[in-house]
Ligand binder design. Structure first.
Ligand code: GLA
Length: 380
């Protein structure tokens, strides 16, 4: 892995890279829009990843190229600060800025990026870029070893340099996940617990159903959801929605208003579902997970209003085709859904999903199986 990035690095820089690093995308099994409410999420890293071939410079410049973009980012490190970088490069430049800000002495860097993760599809491709560049820069110049500290630096890159108000789930997943496991993340404490998750061993397949639909206006809608949740927490007199249960939210309909009430209801029931699925993983009852996935989708669709007709189409078709459970994954507004299916039914579910999309004249979905994989690491 990383051969193309390393070859391009050598051709453009006239020297081999000092190494190649890889950071995966993630699927969130369940626990959606809970991380910025101090709640629980259950992501796992997938085999698709961003790779970064990197080598130091001595002249104080940062140059970043991507095999999938036309333009090159090339600027002195001293000019990099929040607001100064826009577009795709912000996700790659941000981690270098975050390490500099944390006191790491970076003398300059060349980076070439490659990726087999679809961008903007809800599989955390931006976190994968951040984590790949972060571990590369850290390994070359030194800096924090603790994975949770690194995840927080990657999140700062996204919120402060790229200007996207995300939570911590994606960076924690890309940085700390382990093969054969899902990560039960407590977003309040930052603690992650690795829980065994091996669908194949249970005769199951976890399918990604990429609707290949744009996540238009996603940043504004995401920020609006965060705002509603923060307002609901204030109205309920708690630091975060993590601190209330379904009964308290149910009783507070008048105080929260119809919209705030629905948003809060999603968050508190989703936290319960995430913990319930965690228990199923602990006891190896993977088939039991399906019902919670589908309930999560209904809540995201009806209470949180972040699903789309394309996502609903593939979820409904997967369920009708024999999936044990299915839901949109990630922030929503387009992108990917997932389906947990008996291995023997995987092909039939994929076909059902494609037929349903064609019948509604939607883009042909890309359907592929994913396997819980390792987090960010050096690969060469
Ligand atoms: C995006 C954000 C995460 C999380 C999810 C929704 O992926 O980056 O922090 O909020 O949306 O669960």
């Amino acid at each position: 892995m990383g051969g193309a990035a390393a070859t391009t690095f050598a051709r453009l820089s006239g020297r081999p890279p000092e190494g190649v690093w890889s950071a995966p995308g993630r699927v969130n099994l369940i626990g959606e829009h809970t991380d910025y409410n101090d709640g629980f999420a259950l992501p796992f890293a997938i085999g698709r990843a961003v790779t970064a071939a990197a080598g130091r410079r001595g002249d104080g410049w940062l140059r970043v190229r991507s095999l999938h973009r036309e333009d090159t980012f090339s600027r002195p490190l001293a000019e990099i600060r929040p607001g100064a970088v826009s577009g795709w490069a912000a996700y790659a430049v941000g981690p270098v800025w975050a390490l500099l800000d944390a006191g790491v002495r970076v003398s300059g860097l060349d980076v070439v990026l490659d990726s087999d993760l679809p961008a903007g599809a809800g599989l955390a491709s931006s976190a994968a870029v951040e984590c790949a560049v972060l571990v590369a820069t850290r390994d070359i110049f030194g800096g924090p070893q603790d994975a949770a500290v690194l995840a927080e630096l990657a999140r700062r890159a996204e919120t402060e340099l790229a200007g996207v108000p995300c939570g911590i789930m994606d960076q924690m997943a890309s940085m700390t996940c382990k093969a054969g496991h899902a990560l039960l993340l407590d977003a309040r404490s930052g603690h992650g617990e690795q829980l065994p998750f091996d669908p194949e061993a249970a005769g199951l397949t976890l399918l990604v159903l990429d609707t290949r639909t744009e996540r238009s206006l996603a940043t504004g809608a995401y920020a609006a959801r965060r705002h509603s949740c923060a307002e609901a927490a204030v109205a309920l007199g708690v630091p975060a929605l993590r601190d209330v249960g379904a009964a308290e939210v149910h009783a507070a309909r008048g105080r929260l208003g119809e919209l705030g009430w629905r948003r809060a209801r999603h968050v508190v029931t989703e936290n319960q579902r995430a913990l319930e699925v965690a228990d199923h993983l602990r006891s190896g009852q993977l088939r039991q997970v399906g019902a919670a996935l589908t309930a999560s989708h209904v809540s995201l669709r009806d209470d949180y209003d972040v699903s789309t007709p394309a996502l609903n189409t593939v979820v409904d078709a997967a369920l009708a085709g024999g999936a044990l459970g299915a839901r949109m994954t990630g922030a929503g507004f387009g992108g990917c859904a997932i389906a947990l299916v008996p291995a023997a039914a995987a092909d039939a579910v994929g076909a059902a999903v494609r037929r349903a999309a064609a019948a509604r004249e939607l883009p042909a979905p890309d359907v592929f199986a994913v396997h819980p994989s390792d987090g960010a690491r050096r690969v060469a």
